[in-house]
Design a binder for this molecule. Structure first.
Ligand code: SF4
Ligand code: SF4
Length: 118
């Protein structure tokens, strides 16, 4: 527990500098096209972790102080309470795949399709 506390204290809180939202894997051309459009924006990435898809949007939480502390710690949302430093952005690989451009996502989906056909 102490280690977890120390890790957060020494961290510049990347977990409070990105908005991460769950999304579903694209099931058809329209859905893939939509996700590719999200990636037109240079503040957006899509990542897969443990078979779950997520949209990541860069942007600092308004409640993060200049010294990287949560200024509404006691009232922070449930999702912030559940975020564990055991599996966060600072501890090794927090994603299995990450896409920053539409081309990367398209290529990944094509490879998946080819694999399924084999
Ligand atoms: S949960 Fe992880 S990313 Fe967030 S402040 Fe703690 S160590 Fe840093
Ligand atoms: S509410 Fe606090 S813990 Fe949650 S993202 Fe904002 S600064 Fe971080």
């Amino acid at each position: 527990m102490a280690a977890e506390k120390n890790r957060c204290l020494e961290c510049d809180a990347p977990c409070c500098r990105n908005l991460v939202m769950p999304i579903t894997r694209p099931k058809n051309r329209y859905e893939l096209d939509l996700l590719k459009w999200y990636l037109h924006y240079d503040t957006v990435q899509i990542f897969i972790s443990n078979h779950r898809w997520h949209l990541l949007i860069e942007g600092k939480c308004i409640y993060l102080s200049k010294s990287n502390n949560c200024t509404q710690y006691a009232l922070r949302p449930e999702v912030c309470r559940e975020h564990s430093s055991d599996s966060c952005e600072t501890t090794g690989k927090w994603y299995d795949k990450i896409f920053s451009t539409p081309e990367q996502l398209e290529k990944f989906m094509k490879q998946k399709k080819t694999k399924r056909r084999k």
